[in-house]
Design a protein. Structure first.
Lengths: 140, 181
């Protein structure tokens, strides 16, 4: 009877031992396994064997490495994907984006020209803006 | 493998379009994804494609990540989906030739087991397990997942995970002759 109970506990504990060995067991299950291991040498030996197996599996997989340059290749895929995301925008949004780009280009160009000309307003532009030339007399 | 706080932060940054954070996540996970994919599809170039597709999917769907989920389970779940999808497509397109194909020498070496190094011996033994058993062992012993996380990832009851592990362990024990007495 006592042996039967013991084997029953062993069976219940043994199915948790792989997760005791990998350190993911917690709470009541962990406490139960620890309590059982203090008394059962067979299950204790089983844990040692599982830890060896775990080390073997880790080593077996650590030896496998992806090719060099995979990061760069995947980054290139992402760059292409970002490009596709812009292309995939609805036509209205794309048109808006193009208009914004054009606006930014015009602004940049104007600032560039103004910089080249010493950042001073000149006659034609002032006329177009409807500003009286007299205000700027002597400064142009 | 940690509580995943660092990875959660990276995923949040990726969701905001931070490519540097994506690069860091790649560095942390590429090899793990690769090894997991190899467990499932046993082909190096396909496993690398799985890494790329998984990382691309992370870039695109980081915004949908639920912060309560364990990052490793989420990432490996994407990788699993990509790998099984690839396996399905490969199987469909090469079904006729597959039966005559040479086994992948990386995973199924036929040389004498006694002369092989431990890593090779374990890979050879893993290759002889049924696919679900192999996956369970790798998720538990390499990726450090709990049986609950494995059940969630593989979409099966927790009892099934425990039973798969039990049979896998017994078979590995026999194959590797770990029993010393």
């Amino acid at each position: 009877m006592a042996l039967g109970l013991s084997l029953g506990r062993c069976r219940k504990t043994r199915e948790l031992l792989p997760w005791y060995a990998n350190g993911t067991l917690a709470g009541a299950e962990l406490a139960e396994v620890e309590r059982h291991l203090r008394r059962c040498r067979r299950c204790h030996a089983e844990v040692e064997e599982l830890q060896k197996l775990q080390a073997g599996v880790a080593q077996a997989l650590e030896e496998l490495r992806p090719a060099e340059g995979l990061l760069e290749q995947t980054m290139a895929l992402i760059e292409a994907e970002v490009g596709l995301e812009i292309d995939a925008l609805p036509r209205a949004e794309r048109r808006e984006l193009k208009r914004l780009n054009f606006g930014l280009f015009v602004l940049g160009f104007s600032l560039g020209v103004a910089y080249e000309r010493g950042r001073l307003p000149f006659e034609a532009e002032l006329s177009a803006l409807g500003l009286p030339l007299a205000r700027f007399k002597g400064r142009i | 493998m940690g509580d995943g706080e660092h990875e959660r932060g990276l995923i949040a940054q990726i969701a905001a379009g931070d490519r540097e954070a994506w690069g860091r996540l790649f560095q942390a996970y590429a090899a793990r994804i690769y090894r997991y994919a190899l467990t499932l599809i046993r082909d190096r170039s396909l496993a690398e494609e799985v890494v790329q597709e998984t990382m691309l999917a992370i870039w695109k769907s980081a915004r949908t990540y639920a912060s309560g989920a364990q990052p490793s389970t989420w990432i490996l779940g994407i990788a699993r989906h990509k790998a099984l999808d690839k396996l399905r497509r490969e199987w469909q397109s090469t079904q006729a030739q597959a039966e005559q194909a040479e086994p992948d020498s990386e995973i199924e070496p036929e040389r004498e087991v006694a002369q092989q190094l431990l890593g090779e011996r374990v890979r050879a033994a893993l290759a002889k397990l049924p696919a679900e058993h192999r996956e369970t062992v790798v998720l538990a012993f390499y990726h450090g997942l709990s049986y609950r996380e494995i059940a969630e990832l593989m979409g099966c009851p927790e009892g099934t995970v425990k039973s798969r592990m039990f049979y896998a362990k017994e078979r590995l024990r026999a194959l590797l002759e770990l029993e010393e007495e």
